[in-house]
Ligand binder design. Sequence first.
Ligand code: NDP
Ligand code: PYC
Length: 344
Amino acid sequence: MTEAEPAATERRISIGDLAERVETILRRHGLNAVQAGALARTMVAGERDHCKSHGIYRIEGALRTVAAGKVRPDAVPDLAEDGGAIVRVDARGGFANPAFELGAPALARAARRYGLAALVINDCTHFAALWPEVEVLAGEGLAALALCPSYATVAPAGGTRPLLGTNPLAFGWPRREGHPYVFDFATSVAARGEVELRRRAGKDLPDGWAIDRNGEPTRDPEAALAGAMLPFGGHKGSAIATMIELLAGVMIGDLTSPEVLDKLGTTTLAPMHGELILAFSPEHFAKGRPGDPLARAEMLFEAIVGQGARLPSQRRFAARAVSERDGIALSEAEFTLLDRLASQ
Ligand code: NDP
Ligand code: PYC
């Protein structure tokens, strides 16, 4: 099967039609236009780029979180811009996505002015991938880093119990031609959403992803969800995940992953915490130094690809091109899910 040819059990839907269907579902379940629009754009971008762990499968989790009263469906985020290098958005108990959409232009302005600026998002619920955010900033000619905690589901390297979050880290670098250089990953071996998707599909996990309640290695997704996931790269991923707790939790005066789990009491709802996004102007940093930073970056990318390696996000951009041309492929089960949610 090629990307362009959906399996017999799949049908394609245009990006616009899927966005409309998802937004309608979210509105029907009580989200205001600001929340529903931003969530629909993020989930549909996940489907469009074939990032299934943060696509429409997240609709039910978001709605469960709303129904449990843990996120405000009517929140309108609030931007505080004082002309300095730190831009703040209070998500007011809503989702992170509309808060980012509100803060991103102010962050880009501040980064262009100072060379380096930060967007601090507080009091948000976060279920999403971070690449859409760094991609927006790279599209503005800025390098960007986005990071946030999650809830305690990952054991520190050498530990046996959940403490750290799956704490994603995304980076974007602008390119004059084509798509930016972007990577985005959990600091656990895989995102928790991947484990959940394997549980639903009745598939075992690869070795090295998780330990069970007794701290023993397991390939059983149920046992992994009840136990703990493992950080990627052993002590290195563990330290990076801890750094994210410090910078995007403690430093911005928001919750760390263990605090999120204490407050929420479950991992079946989307976690509430803060997020930190840093934006850098390569031109500012390279001022007075030899060479054009964007041109020099291209030489590095060419050398990577020249060895037969691929750039991160290349798979995603290829999937996007297919979705833009032919529509997004969804399974019949996914269409049934959308129909069910639209009529509930
Ligand atoms: P993956 O391991 O699937 O992918 C990580 C990154 O590595 C992607 O940018 C991917 O690009 C790139 N990549 C993969 N294989 C290669 C390769 N062979 N060569 C070069 N680059 C490669 O990510 P995770 O499962 O760790 O995370 C998935 C998503 O989950 C992320 O978007 C993350 O933000 C999200 N997440 C969100 C959380 C939250 O709390 N909100 C928590 C944890 C994760 P490509 O896509 O092109 O394959
Ligand atoms: O996939 O690990 C994950 C995740 C946690 C919160 C949102 N996504």
